[in-house]
Design a protein around this ligand. Structure first.
Ligand code: ATP
Length: 235
């Protein structure tokens, strides 16, 4: 097992956003966490990546607990987050955005290898490497945000709503890229409101409602589940 979240409770002041959530991710998997607006998906992701501290519960990554670690240490350990809304650095070029992603990588040959790998996967970013990142389209910015996360050589990548706000053609491309990244060895935790797409590429999934896991199963099992269909698949 690569990551185990056990009985996680996260509050914002008096608001109890995550109410005792447990789930796990095995090495090599794509795991999707789906749920409506406000279910607590982003809160869980931010807690794994060290941006929020839980009230209680544990997050175990590769046999050690990380719930008290600061975000830079979590990245250095091999977990990178692609935030909701991309948060690319505007005013910096594509190249500079990617360099920021490799900030914690010490080995220069590893950085060179990562640049080659992301430019091979995202040729559009190579074409636009000297362009201000703010001038990229929404889909290209999502690619840049994913590429920036890959520059840190993660074992586990956390994707927060990668399809949000994108045209259908870009959505398909982004999901294809997620599958490819996974095939090449990166484990994926995918948070999505586009439940159909997310479950269709997931090995396993969890359904989150108001801060609690309601259901879990393989991606295919959840897609076929009547309650999931009614609540999240419009059917
Ligand atoms: P969305 O898809 O809308 O981002 P989500 O499932 O990711 O939804 P969260 O963003 O994790 O949900 O929010 C979970 C709950 O915590 C919601 O009730 C939300 O209003 C609340 N919440 C989120 N961020 C804060 C904050 N900074 N301060 C107070 N409450 C917050």
């Amino acid at each position: 097992m690569l990551l185990k979240v056990d009985n996680l409770v996260v509050n914002y002041g008096v608001i109890n956003a995550v109410k005792g959530v447990s789930f796990e991710i095995n090495e090599g998997e794509i795991v999707s966490l789906i749920g409506a607006n406000g279910a607590g998906k982003s809160t869980i992701l931010k807690t794994i990546s060290g941006l929020l501290k839980p009230k209680s519960g544990t997050i175990t990554y590769e046999d050690h607990e990380i719930q008290s670690k600061h975000a830079p240490k979590v990245v250095a350990d091999g977990i990178s987050q692609v935030p909701e809304g991309r948060h690319i650095f505007s005013g910096l070029t594509v190249m500079e955005n990617l360099q920021m992603g490799s900030f914690l990588v010490k080995d220069r040959s590893q950085i060179k290898h990562n640049f080659d790998a992301v430019f091979e996967r995202f040729p559009i970013l190579q074409q636009r490497k000297n362009q201000d990142a703010a001038t990229l389209s929404g889909g290209e910015q999502q690619m840049l945000a994913m590429a920036r996360a890959l520059m840190a050589s993660p074992k586990l990548i956390l994707l927060d709503e990668p399809s949000m706000g994108l045209a259908p053609i870009f959505i398909n491309e982004i999901f294809d890229i997620i599958k490819e990244i996974n095939k090449q060895g990166t484990t994926v935790l995918l948070i999505e409101q586009n439940a159909k797409k997310a479950l269709s590429i997931a090995d396993r999934g969890y359904v989150l409602a108001t801060g609690k896991i309601q259901l879990s199963g393989t991606g295919q099992e959840l897609l076929a589940n009547e309650d999931v269909q009614k609540a999240y698949l419009g059917g």
